[in-house]
Write a new protein. Structure first.
Length: 479
């Protein structure tokens, strides 16, 4: 059977993040040409390193992985499922995407990926999505040896998995480097099995650190420009010393092809997860039992903070540890055991790094006052009909409000208004204004009037949609 390669223009400009295991529809060519300049090359360009030595050293430890998955295993028919698995289903506030679940029914399906050996006795790191649902796993080494592999442990939350092969002799292996020391602009080499072609190496630079792409509590990726494609998933990203600084996991693409924007799980996280998978076969994480959101400049002003920092508690699980300790929606968590939270995305990782049963001390701000509380963590587990009538509450970000079943409901959002720009929709429930519960539009109007008279120019509002809460700060115009 002949294979035809074609280059197609993208039919649309939708930008999507796609897991590397998905089918990429576009091909392309890489051209190298001479750059004409009016003067001699600078010292940096004249001293570009050869990557041959690094690639020769590390390639024997990189493996190709082929899996056979049962019918209806996680083997999608198109990119939608990979987007769903990577980003999760879109939450009601638009932070994620609802992707259709489509499966290849019937016969078992095969998939390919990459991995790397981390111990001479045969432990291999790859992505969880590469081996999830696998009936059989086969590993091919650089010298063409093939060995069956078994799963030691899997961690879907970081998309990492640990495999084991039994070899007759010690295997070439690589070690994790320190991704915390990586700088933007450092060279990076990706070695893997793109499109099932076999061992291939590409190079680029670290484009960004701490990249957030909506992947969950461990949303802290290295962004790399080294071209990575289908089949590279689970493969290593090396520094020039041959140390693994990341595990290639996803690409960002407007058309399904590679555009030089890839994402890798940093080695600082991957190394910890792999060690626990090797010891226990799974990863146990502490759970606080809150849903948090980012504190921007507008929210900081509404919360009375001197600067935008910390994690704003949007909702509290009534049966969770945070509720038992007295934490409330509207609290801003600033420290965990004396360590600054800084950005919201750090809090889930700080908590998840602790074991269930650990006691942590949280420092938080509530209504302008600093407070602290001890919380004993537990283990992280792996709408009413409304009326359409109501009056516009003047000067509150373009909202129209109505009373329905003892609640204040958004009945109208003015197009182009601050509320519309913040993602507020008709049907959202307004739970509180300035942390004060509201039950009627009149309650809202009274609180807004008080805020205006006190000189405030914005109101902190807690909105609920599909059982999820979110704070927004809306400007107070002239009534």
């Amino acid at each position: 059977m002949q294979t035809r390669l074609s280059i197609r223009r993208p039919a649309r400009r939708t930008v999507a993040a796609i897991l590397l295991g998905s089918a990429l529809a576009a091909g392309g060519a890489f051209h190298v040409g001479a750059l004409q300049t009016s003067g001699p090359p600078d010292a940096a360009s004249a001293a570009l390193p050869s990557l041959a030595g690094t690639i020769e050293r590390v390639t024997p430890a990189v493996v190709n992985i082929r899996v056979e998955k049962a019918a209806k295993a996680e083997m999608p028919a198109g990119p939608e499922e990979f987007m769903r698995r990577f980003f999760g289903d879109r939450g009601p506030w638009g932070e994620r995407g609802p992707w259709s679940e489509r499966w290849r029914d019937g016969q078992p399906a095969a998939g390919v990926g990459s991995g790397f050996v981390v111990s001479e006795d045969g432990h291999i790191v790859t992505n969880n999505h590469v081996v999830a649902g696998a009936k059989e796993i086969a590993v091919t080494f650089h010298d063409k040896r093939k060995l069956p592999a078994r799963v030691v442990g899997m961690d879907p939350k970081t998309d990492l998995a640990l495999l084991k092969v039994e070899a007759e002799e010690p295997l070439a292996h690589v070690a994790f480097g320190d991704s915390d020391q990586v700088r933007v602009g450092d060279w990076v080499v990706a070695v893997g099995n793109p499109f099932g072609l076999g061992h291939s190496a590409t190079a680029g630079i670290v484009s960004a650190r701490g990249r957030q792409i909506g992947a969950g509590p461990y949303d802290d990726f290295l962004q790399v420009s080294a071209p990575i494609n289908q089949g590279n998933s689970g493969g290593p990203a090396f520094n020039l010393q041959g140390e693994v600084i990341g595990v290639n996991t996803a690409i960002f693409s407007p058309n399904g092809g590679n555009v030089g924007i890839g994402f890798a799980v940093p080695s600082a996280l991957a190394g910890e997860v792999v060690a626990e998978l090797k010891s226990n076969g799974s990863v146990e994480r502490g759970r606080l039992g809150v849903r948090v959101q980012h504190v921007g400049d507008d929210l900081a002003a509404g919360l009375g903070l001197d600067k935008a920092e910390g994690a704003l508690v949007a909702s509290v699980d009534p049966s969770g540890p945070a509720a038992d300790a007295g934490l409330m929606a509207g609290d801003v968590i600033l420290e965990v055991d004396g360590k600054r939270v800084g950005e919201m995305r750090r809090l889930p990782r700080m908590i998840a790094a602790r074991d269930p049963g650990d006691t942590v001390t949280l420092k938080f701000r509530r209504v302008g006052e600093m407070e602290s509380v001890e919380v004993v963590l537990d283990a992280m587990p792996a709408g009413d009909k409304i009326g359409d009538s109501g009056k516009r509450t003047d000067g509150v970000g373009g909202l129209g409000l109505a009373e329905a079943n003892g609640r204040v409901v958004v009945s109208d959002v003015a197009p182009g208004s601050p509320a519309a720009r913040k993602g507020v929709r008709k049907g959202d429930v307004l739970v509180s204004v300035d942390r004060r519960p509201v039950g009627t539009p009149a309650d809202v109007g009274r609180i807004v009037a008080e805020l205006k008279s006190s000189g405030r120019n914005s109101a902190l509002m807690l909105l609920r949609r599909d059982k999820q809460d979110r704070f927004v700060a809306l400007p107070l115009g002239t009534a």
